[in-house]
Design a protein around this ligand. Structure first.
Ligand code: ZN
Ligand code: ZN
Ligand code: ZN
Ligand code: ZN
Length: 272
């Protein structure tokens, strides 16, 4: 026979959901449950004002269920959630003047409502990289800059080779190469910044998806913070730095390229 495993915060298993305890509460008899599981259990219990421990059937006081279930002030079960004050309300709280002008919803409805808000927010967040940050264009531009720098570097290397073979130009290829290398680094930095922002955004979306899945009485209050988490509307440093970089590169290679590949023909120009 398999005895029911004893529950404890150390063992970490909730006897109701058989998963790791989340926000554990302890009954008077010393059994541990996830707060949300115990609240669900107490709600289903037929008794109106009392409930029994699901493990040992001892009588428990409702106050252990916490604010998501029980109003300490009026000693009654809560039934509504006040979005404005982020508190749970019993019938007496609900009728009190303080909440008269609020749109306080039954808890189950509030949960559905918050889930919808989370999903709306996720849909908006997903549009940000393209619609607000214009990332595809920005990435393409950086890619183009990278290619330009690279082809200039290649030209310079040719120049350097010629110089080693004794030809002399009027530019300092070493200096130009240093410049180009620092431009390459700047492009890399900007590309890193882009992926950093993308990662941050994706993490937030993942958090919200998780929060929506886990949404229940005990996590309801934390949702507001999550919904308020801001995401940059514009990536200013990216705008500024990439156009600065573009200018610098253009100045170096256009309109009259400073870097001239020496003429490859062997005829020495006649000095007339
Ligand atoms: Zn549980
Ligand atoms: Zn018990
Ligand atoms: Zn109350
Ligand atoms: Zn209210």
């Amino acid at each position: 026979m398999n005895p029911q495993p004893e529950s404890s915060p150390e063992k970490g298993l909730c006897p109701i959901c058989q998963e790791l305890l989340r926000e554990p509460v302890s009954t008077d008899c010393g059994h541990f449950f996830c707060q949300a599981c115990l609240i669900q259990h107490a709600k289903k219990a037929l008794e109106e004002d009392v409930f029994y421990c699901p493990v040992c059937r001892k009588l428990c006081s409702q106050s252990i269920l916490g604010a998501g279930y029980y109003c300490e002030v009026h000693q009654k079960k809560v039934g509504w959630f006040c979005e404005e004050k982020q508190v749970f309300l019993c019938p007496d709280c609900y009728k009190s003047p303080e909440h008269q002008d609020h749109y306080d919803q039954p808890i189950d409805k509030a949960i559905i409502h918050y889930k919808e808000r989370i999903h709306r927010r996720i849909r908006k967040l997903r549009k940000i990289p393209v619609e607000s940050w214009h990332l595809p264009k920005k990435k393409e531009k950086l890619q183009t800059l990278w290619k330009q720098i690279d082809s200039e570097k290649q030209k310079l290397k040719d120049v350097l080779e010629k110089q080693q073979m004794g030809e002399q130009g009027d530019t300092d290829p070493e200096l130009l190469l240093d410049n180009l290398n620092s431009f390459s680094e700047e492009v890399t930095v900007l590309q890193h910044k882009i992926s950093e922002e993308e990662t941050k955004l994706n993490d937030l979306i993942a958090n919200m998806e998780e929060a929506s899945k886990q949404l229940n009485i005990t996590t309801l209050k934390s949702v507001n913070d999550l919904l308020r988490r801001n995401v940059k509307e514009k990536l200013y440093y990216l705008e500024v730095n990439s156009s600065e970089l573009e200018k610098k590169i253009r100045k170096l290679i256009q309109p009259a390229p400073l870097i001239q590949v020496p003429c490859l023909c062997q005829n020495t120009p006649s000095e007339s």
